[in-house]
Design a protein around this ligand. Sequence first.
Ligand SMILES: *Cc1c(COP(=O)(O)O)cnc(C)c1O
Length: 397
Amino acid sequence: MVYRPSTTLIHGGVDRTPFGETSEAVFLTSGFVYDSAEQAEATFAGTATHYQYSRFGNPTVTAFERRMALLEGAEACRATATGMAAVNAAMLSHLRTGDRVVASRALFGSCHWIVSSLLPKLGIAHEFVDAGDAAGWRRALGTPAQLVLLETPSNPMLDIVDLAMVAELAHAAGALVVVDNVFATPLLQRPLEHGADVVVYSATKHIDGQGRVLGGAVLGRKAWIEEVLQPFIRNTGPSMSPFNAWTLLKGMETLPLRVHAATRTAASLADFLADHPQIARVWYPARADHPQHALAMRQMTAGGTLVTFELAGGKAAAFRFCNALGLVAISNNLGDSRSMVTHPATTTHMRIGTDERARLGITDGVVRLSVGLEDVADLTEDLGRALDASALRHAAE
Ligand SMILES: *Cc1c(COP(=O)(O)O)cnc(C)c1O
């Protein structure tokens, strides 16, 4: 039976023990025992199914993987300790020396590091393409490639990549398409339906959504997950802790309530910010003034929980604004029940350098807001007060 997402997120993947517990059991065990030497032999030979060791698999982690796969509409899922472990495992399990990777330029900082700093050490070539540059994607994928990595909407400028177009070009070039779907969440965008082969998540973000644990997930076809990814995870050990899997299962029960509420608030705050005199520009995919609004709304069912904006007064105004906020916290995290702002140029995107930042449009006035679950009126007042404070001090200087 295929249920709708809200139902799947409560009931999906559960494997009750004979005790009949209501809530999923947490199997905090590193290993498992066998009834006999014969059962151990058969398990290692693959002729019997039995948990062996939690680096390979654990019942609580399996429940998380099953629920994620049902939600995504993917054949299979493997959980990882962090989102970066998911990205790294998806890439390194698939690639070998001599391969070529084409990636969106607008990537999460550590994903950018894997492509630009780690892959060259392994003899794997790479080429970056600007997210919205159709001709650039066509050119880069005019030569054979083995993997495409992209993020849409991207961090922090919320650039949109045309998933169907890139997937078609990538497949013609021989590449596996890996989509980092963290910003959209599994509820607002389904990359597999637009041609992606693999979807990766940092479950640390909306899936936990309450600032508690790190986690990641890789989803895709059963054959690829079992034959390519699983041996890599089993033998290199980026496995998810059963306790974290249990915490994430709890988070998933309320994922639709949280994502839809934060999205409604984000849309309202984006409109408020766009009308404010201190704000030079707002980026929000569901607003008609987003440069790729039509494409965004073809791929996403709503604009998401992040809003990016530029203060007219540059870095000084951005810092004054952040420091004047009372309710919204300064944090590089996102997808949390608490609203958070970050100044990408001096934090998450400091290391990529001035030129790359300029190329991505990350000016010194840019602030990224991750919208949480507070009352929209309180958030609007907090942003308004901080903008006024930033303007007053600006005028006094
Ligand atoms: C946070 C994040 C990651 C990395 O996830 P961790 O759980 O922090 O390792 C990767 N991609 C995107 C888009 C993210 O926001």
